[in-house]
Ligand binder design. Structure first.
Ligand code: HEC
Length: 169
């Protein structure tokens, strides 16, 4: 009798353990699939747009020169390149929150970002390299080399925008 009872309680405790493990596993799955709360998604959108505004701010002095709206300024453009190189690595991080299901937020981000994160990251890396090349070219003071490097930055911006950003309305 005693033996049977011991067996019984053993089976019972095994079942309980199994139940707990299953519950934990389903919770883990739920946590993975869960959509972030609206407030978190709104904040994520605001943060990434702020980073892009900052990149744009760093870039504008060079863009103005390319459009012949400002004179060549090696020191300022070197700073632009260095700033872009410094800020661009943040892009994959500030896009880590999947906001595909965000309601009532204005965003130009395309859904493909979260299904092609490796490519998105590669495009951010291209911008890092282009920023580096721009500041290196400015150091030489060579305008032709600077223009070539600046075009490289412009290309890195549009390569990502073409795939992952909605057109401006
Ligand atoms: C790796 C991808 C990527 C790269 C590289 C990139 N962008 Fe963007 N950019 C985006 C996405 C995606 C958005 C839309 C973000 C949103 O609305 O949530 C955006 C939005 C913007 C915006 C609008 C920000 C706002 O006010 O909401 C500006 C300005 C901008 N980018 C400028 C630039 C410039 C300038 C460069 C290059 C120096 C650049 N971007 C490089 C992906 C990129």
């Amino acid at each position: 009798m005693e033996g049977i009872e011991a067996m019984h309680s053993n089976t019972k405790s095994r079942l309980v353990t199994l139940g707990i493990v299953a519950l934990m596993a389903s919770r883990a799955l739920y946590a993975q699939d869960a959509v972030p709360p609206d407030a978190a998604m709104k904040k994520a959108v605001e943060t990434r747009q702020a980073v892009l505004k900052l990149i744009d701010w760093a870039w504008q002095p060079v863009a103005g020169w390319m459009r012949k709206k400002a004179p060549f300024d090696a020191v300022a453009f070197q700073k632009s390149g260095a700033r872009i190189e410094f800020i661009a690595p943040l892009l994959p991080e500030v896009f880590a929150t999947d906001t595909r299901q965000a309601a009532n937020v204005k965003t130009q981000a395309r859904e493909g970002i979260w299904s092609h994160m490796a490519d998105f990251k590669a495009k951010a890396d291209e911008l890092v390299k282009a920023g580096q090349a721009l500041s290196a070219a400015c150091k030489s003071g060579d305008q032709a080399a600077t223009m070539k490097a600046a075009r490289g930055v412009g290309k890195a911006c549009s390569a990502c925008h073409d795939s992952y950003k909605d057109k401006d309305i």
